[in-house]
Structures are given as C-alpha cells and as structure tokens.
Design a protein around this ligand. Structure first.
Ligand SMILES: [Zn+2]
Length: 478
C-alpha cells in the first residue's frame, strides 16, 4: 500500500468517525428537546389542573366564593323566583310557624337572630309585617274564657247506638266523630283559638316569698277568642270494647300520639280514632287554631288503667303484659306532654268529691298519685268526675279540708261543670274553671225543635248542623 492509499484510507476513516459523532450529537440535541417539551407540557398541564383545583377540589372554598351572599337582594330575587319565599328561607318558614301560633315576639326575635340576614329586604319586610300585626293584638280577659269538654269520641255510630245496655249512656255523654269535626270547623270559623289553662293564670312568688296566682297575658288578634278544651276518662274502659271506640293510644310513627282500633275482622288499625289525633290533624291543617302550641287537657281515672293499657296494680295477675303496658303508657303520656297536651287527674275511682267524706277523698287521691301520677308524671290539674266540686261558688279557703289535701298534693287548677259560657275564678293560690259538656244530651236539648228557648251553645256553633242524625232520639233524660 502506498501513501495515497493510506491517506485515502485515513481520510475515509476520519470522515466516518466525524459523521458518526455528528449523528450522535444530533440525537442528543433531539433527546434534550424532547425532554424540554415533556417538562414544559407537564408544567402547563399541572398549572391548568391547579387552577381548576381552586374551583373543584375544595367545595367549601368554592361555595363561599362562587355563591351569592344572602344579603345580595338581586341573588335572592333570582333564587326565590320559582319557589315561595319560605321554601327558600328556612328562617322565614320557622318564623311563620311561630306567628301562626300567635308567637309574634318569637317570630321577630328569630328573624333578627341571624346577622347574615340583617340587611335582607325580605326578612326586613317580614319583621315589619309581624310588628304591625303585633300592634293590633288585644289582651284577652282570662276570666271570660270558655272551656269545653268531651269524652271518648264515638268512631262507629252503628256499634255505639246498637240498642244494647250501654247505648243510652253513649247517646247522653259521648260525642260522635262527625259532631266533633263539625264543632272544630265551626269554632275555628268563628275565631276560636285553643289556649292552655297554664297560660290563663299561673303561680308565681310574690314579694314576701309566698306563692301567688297571677293572670296570664294572652294576646290575640281582635277577631279571635280564646277557649280551653279537655277530654275526660281517656282510659278506654273495658265496657267500651266492641262498641265503636278506639282501643288504646300509641305513639305514631311520626312521633305524635295516635290511636289503635280493632276492626270487624279482628285486625288492629292505627289511625285518628279519637279526639287526640283528630285535633292534631286539625291543627296541622289550621295552625292558627292553637295559641303557642296549646292542645287539650287529657284526664285519667286509674281503676282500669290509662290510655287503654291495664296498668292498675289490680291487673298484675290478669294482664300478661303488665310491666310492658306500664312502660308503654309512660311513653304515650310523655309523647302527649311533648306535643303540648296537658295531663290531669279525674280521680282514681271516678268518685263524687262533693258527696264523699274527707277520708275517702284522701284515699282516692293517694291511689291516684301512687298508681297514675307515677306513670304520667306530676300534674296540677284536677277535673272533677260528674263536675262534682269540693266547694260552692265562693273562693276556696284553708278551712276546706278537701281543698287543703288536694292542694298539698300539688293541685292548683280545679274544674267543675257549668253550663254558662264562662266561669273562671282566680284565687291567690289556685284557679277554678267551669266546663261545658258538648255531648248528645246537651246538644239534643239545645236543638231549636226540642227546646226553642235554649241557646246554651249558640256562642260556639250551630247545633242543628252539628247534631248527628245517627243518634236515636229523644236522647234519654239524665
Ligand atoms: Zn268522667
């Protein structure tokens, strides 16, 4: 090989190596660019995700930042367009419920309670409207408040008035479901509003540290009238079985008191089979029928247990569910209290307290305390059986030993039966009220065709349209 050959060979060798190096360098640059593009893409990608994250990852931040403030009037009008104001404003709905029950102070206080709504024109408007209604309210005179009462309501007229030995009694002292519902409707139309006895008058402590009864301040619109309602003997006595009445009271699935009734096929049906659930239904539909959540006074004797449960100790051997029934009765009584019902004594043995001597009044009151009050909790109301009072029309005083005994057991509200529109007596240490029976006897002898001069019930309802045509007439005299 000569030089030229070698040179050529060397040249070609060098040139191959240079080409190889160039290719390698180009490849490296290409890879670096790729890596840079990848890094840049990643940066852009994460940047976008992070920006989105401010809106999607933290819902608390997002809702606070993106939703309109409640005090922004524009947003409220937009938001409330399709639904009613109260649907959109939980405060307004709650305030309306309070105002429906004549608690305007409560409604106004509630609306003012949340600073977030302070400048909301809708809330301001509602407050102004409640203030205006409040300025028209009139204080009712507690001594002019009527008190009506019922017994267990007849659900099935055919069974109650079937001509057996109980029929006459039911016809005299009971009220049918249809009559009761018509009475509610007509009293509501006439502006009657249910109030609690404890709101008419109540015990306070005077400046000398002594208990003293004072009249309550019930304020109602000028076209409304207060009244008290009670129901006696809510025990579902044994003799009533199969005669068309509820069989017992229970706590309903909605937490409200309701009733059970045994149907013809022997099955147990749950429903509004007596005064308590029927009145609950009526008030749910007409909340302005009840002042500040008032319900009726429910009174119990004890000799056959309460509320349809055979809870008296006399039943310990005969009632296989004795303990369980006592517990259920306690729960139903508590449910009544929780829903605004007031509970009362009707004596243990349904005794005539006018005729009985002091010793038997004491024995009966002790039994009631031990056997009924132990289930239903303390009560200060007594509704005299037969309306038989422990005194005459004059104020009770401490020379009346029956009064002393009942007073020391904790009773402060004492109710007899009286036909006049209202009979209320507020003493230093007690309140007394006369009650009006709205039963078959009272209504039949107040019908214009029976007795044109009698107008005992005219202030409450039109007896001609209420009196149940299913009743056998004449209703026997008592
Ligand atoms: Zn009774």
């Amino acid at each position: 090989m000569d030089f030229d050959d070698n040179y050529i060979r060397r040249r070609s060798y060098v040139s191959r190596r240079q080409k190889q190096r160039r290719r390698q360098r180009n490849l490296s640059i290409f890879l670096i660019i790729l890596v840079i593009i990848a890094i840049l893409s990643a940066c852009i990608y994460f940047f976008i995700i992070k920006k989105q994250g401010e809106y999607f990852i933290d819902p608390v931040v997002s809702s606070q930042e993106s939703l309109p403030k409640p005090s922004d009037p524009e947003s409220i009008h937009l938001a409330t367009e399709p639904a009613s104001e109260s649907d959109e404003h939980p405060l307004l709905a709650k305030a309306k419920a309070l105002a429906d029950g004549y608690d305007y102070d409560g409604a106004i206080e509630l609306l003012r309670s949340d600073a977030a709504y302070a400048d909301d024109p809708v809330i301001k408007e509602a407050i102004a409207a409640y203030e205006e209604t409040k300025s028209t309210l009139v204080r009712i005179d507690p001594t002019e408040v009527t008190h009506v009462f019922f017994h267990t309501l007849i659900m099935d007229n055919a069974k109650a008035f079937d001509g057996d030995h109980d029929s006459d009694g039911y016809n005299q002292v009971m009220t049918t479901k249809s009559e009761f519902l018509k009475i509610l409707e007509q009293m509501y139309e006439r502006g009657y509003v249910l109030v609690k006895m404890h709101d008419l008058a109540y015990e306070t402590i005077d400046e000398n540290g002594k208990p003293k009864f004072v009249t309550g301040d019930i304020l109602l619109p000028p076209d409304k009238k207060a009244f008290v309602m009670s129901q006696d003997d809510v025990c579902y006595y044994e003799y009533m079985e199969g005669d068309g009445f509820a069989t017992r009271m229970i706590v309903g699935e909605d937490g409200k008191p309701t009733c059970e009734m045994i149907l013809d096929d022997g099955s147990v049906s749950v429903g509004s089979y007596d005064l308590v659930p029927l009145l609950e239904d009526f008030i749910a539909e007409h909340p302005d029928f009840s002042y500040k959540g008032a319900r009726a006074v429910i009174a119990f004797t004890g000799y056959q247990g309460i509320l349809g449960y055979r809870t008296d100790p006399e039943y310990k051997d005969s009632n296989p569910n004795y303990e369980e029934d006592c517990q259920t009765a306690r729960e139903v009584a508590q449910c009544l209290r929780d829903n605004g019902w007031e509970l009362a004594s009707h004596s243990w043995g349904h005794i005539n307290m006018t005729d009985r001597d002091l010793a038997s009044v004491k024995t009966d009151a002790d039994k009631w305390e031990a056997r009924v009050e132990s289930l239903i909790g303390e009560t200060d109301i007594i509704l005299y059986p037969f309306g038989a009072d422990i005194g005459d029309w004059r104020l009770y005083n401490t020379e009346n030993e029956k009064f002393n005994y009942l007073y020391n057991l904790g009773f402060r509200y004492f109710c007899n039966v009286d036909g006049s529109p209202h009979w209320v007596q507020i003493g230093d240490t007690f309140m007394r009220q006369g009650r009006r029976n709205l039963d078959g006897y009272r209504m039949y002898y107040d019908l214009p065709e029976t007795n044109p001069e009698k107008t005992y019930l005219d202030d409450l309802f039109d007896v001609s349209t209420v009196f149940d045509p299913d009743r056998p007439t004449p209703v026997p005299k008592m």
